[in-house]
Design a protein. Structure first.
Length: 377
């Protein structure tokens, strides 16, 4: 049985870790033995139900070199290796990896030693080419609507949790985090119930790449004009990200509610009329938008890559002009159409569109991509 050694040293849980889970699932289904090196102390990996995957906690890159076999093997990274580490891996192994983020504003130096890179979208692929990389698999890998529970049990009630991810390496977060367990006990008593009107939702980690504060600094005053529109925020983030989003949403007052991270997102999406994207240019794919559509919940997304790759306008949701161009005028017009009774698309009727993000399609793309590695002697 061939062995794939994966590396993901991300300490915080996010879309890249969900991607690692369903990529591992595809490898196992294709007959690979999977070993995954993860950062010591990143305990969430134990809660992801990764059947057939051998987890190995390491302190850093140097420890991985010592743990790998002497004979050449296949390496797949999900966090970019440092240039020195990439060079050491490439000397002995077949070094490949996923590009999970667009490279327009990122240093691609570590990727130069890779034999093959797999971009998660056409947008990311084009950004890598624009930075001069040529060791690229020619087609995007896309992803899967992986709706298995995350860091919790299936079927749990939708209830308010902490909206913060505390970074224990920061003194401020360590101090604020002392009160988190008390706040969690108090807020967990609040159960989610839909409110009358049009319900929009964010289902995402509240990270800087989403640019939610910037987007809502424009859209919150627009939304405030429509009292029958509610915004439900499902996700958590760092202290600054949450603070900035709360400030941006201030014009909406009681229209916006925070619910924190939810383990079972498959229960969340059906409670929403539409799921909102963030701003596009720092996004790589938008797994949350793919998940929403798979659950039958349409999407409202900015009309730009990568969202134009994952949302079928009019069939799986609606695309609107980037609000930074004309102060959200196009978004306001879209809201008025929805409130006036415009048809709510059912993404599940867009069969061919959703098939691109099925497990079967992803597994076929993985098999094809790995075959190009095995042919390179």
């Amino acid at each position: 049985m061939p062995v794939c050694h994966q590396i993901n040293l991300q300490r915080n849980f996010g879309g890249g870790e969900i991607y690692t889970r369903f990529f591992s699932e595809a490898l196992v289904a294709l007959g690979w033995e999977v070993e995954l090196f993860v950062a010591r102390g990143a305990a969430y990996w134990q809660q992801l139900g990764m059947s057939g995957v051998r987890l190995r906690e390491v302190a850093g890159e140097a420890q991985i070199l010592d743990a790998l076999p002497r004979s050449p093997g296949l390496i797949v990274t999900h966090t970019a290796a440092s240039p020195a580490f990439a060079a050491a891996l490439a000397q002995r192994h077949r070094l490949t990896g996923f590009v999970h983020m667009p490279l327009h504003e990122r240093n691609p130096a570590g990727f130069a030693r890779y034999e093959r890179l797999f971009a998660v979208s056409r947008y990311v692929l084009d950004s890598a080419r624009a930075r001069g990389l040529s060791n690229l698999h020619p087609e995007p890998m896309y992803g899967v609507a992986d709706l298995a529970p995350r860091l919790g049990e299936a079927g749990a009630e939708i209830a308010a949790q902490s909206r913060y991810d505390w970074d224990r390496r920061k003194l401020r977060d360590r101090l604020l985090g002392v009160f988190a367990p008390i706040a969690s006990v108090l807020t967990s008593r609040r159960k989610f119930e839909r409110r009358p009107g049009l319900t929009l939702g964010i289902v995402s980690r509240l990270t800087p790449i989403k640019q939610f504060p910037r987007m809502f600094s424009i859209l919150a005053p627009v939304l405030a004009r429509y009292a029958q529109v509610n915004l439900e925020v499902f996700g958590s983030g760092g202290y600054a990200s949450v603070r900035d989003l709360q400030r941006a949403l201030a014009p909406m007052r009681r229209q916006a509610r925070f619910w924190g991270h939810q383990a079972d997102v498959a229960r969340v999406y059906p409670q929403l009329d539409y799921v909102l994207s963030g701003l596009p240019e720092k996004e790589a794919l938008g797994l949350n938008l793919i998940e929403a559509q798979a659950c039958g919940t349409p999407v409202l997304a900015v009309n730009a890559p990568p969202f134009t790759e994952t949302v079928l306008d009019g069939a799986s949701g609606y695309l609107f002009e980037d609000p930074r161009r004309r102060g959200g005028e196009d978004f306001a017009r879209l809201l008025e159409r929805l409130l006036a009774g415009a048809a709510r698309p059912d993404p599940r009727a867009a069969v061919a569109h959703l098939a691109r993000f099925s497990r079967e399609s992803f597994r076929a793309r993985v098999a094809q991509a790995l075959s190009t590695i095995s042919m390179r002697a």
